[in-house]
Write a protein that binds this ligand. Structure first.
Ligand code: ADP
Ligand code: MG
Length: 155
């Protein structure tokens, strides 16, 4: 488990932009934290780091949005309104050659892969966030080591 502190949305975006450097097709990331914690802000940074040119918005109503203008596809999901009992076919995305990032992934534990890089974002104050990361699985542990050792990701 490792923690980073950010002091503005820009710092959170900077962090996840650098994280994107280490991602490969098939990687799955989860984002947890209360409404307004910064999950979508984090996803915007990932998109930027992957070179996505489209505007990235919260996929709360569509559940999934695909962005294909970057160096690999980004599948951005928000399962706030989904429960673990529903099969909405999300797992079909995991092996489609892109990176998947899932907001509110704690709602659908049964549908998540074993190899997972999990981020929890906690709001400390209006502009301060604590980002906690855990890795499970060989691939995620590798990404974890890379981002923990990346000085650019420290604020
Ligand atoms: P979520 O997707 O978790 O519901 P959003 O990313 O949509 O949250 O919104 C986060 C809000 O918090 C934005 O209005 C953003 O400007 C604000 N914010 C303030 N400080 C930070 C920070 N350090 N990191 C991320 N967002 C922040
Ligand atoms: Mg969101």
């Amino acid at each position: 488990m490792h923690q980073w502190i950010t002091h503005s949305p820009g710092e959170t975006i900077k962090f996840s932009t650098h994280l994107a450097d280490y991602l490969q097709p098939g990687d799955v990331l989860t984002l947890s934290g209360d409404l307004g914690a910064g999950k979508t802000v984090f996803a915007k940074g990932l998109a930027r780091g992957l070179g996505v040119r489209e505007m990235v918005n919260s996929p709360t109503f569509t559940i999934v949005k695909e962005y294909r203008s970057g160096r690999m596809p980004l599948y951005h999901m928000d399962v706030y309104r989904i429960s673990d009992e529903e099969d909405i076919g999300l797992e079909d995305y995991f092996d489609q050659g892109g990176v998947t990032v899932i907001e509110w992934a704690e709602n659908i534990p049964s549908w998540l892969p074993d190899d997972l890089l999990s981020f929890i974002i906690n709001r400390k104050s209006e502009s301060e966030r604590v980002i906690t990361c855990r890795a499970s699985g060989r691939r995620s542990k590798h990404i974890y080591e890379e981002i923990v050792n990346d000085e650019r990701a420290r604020n």
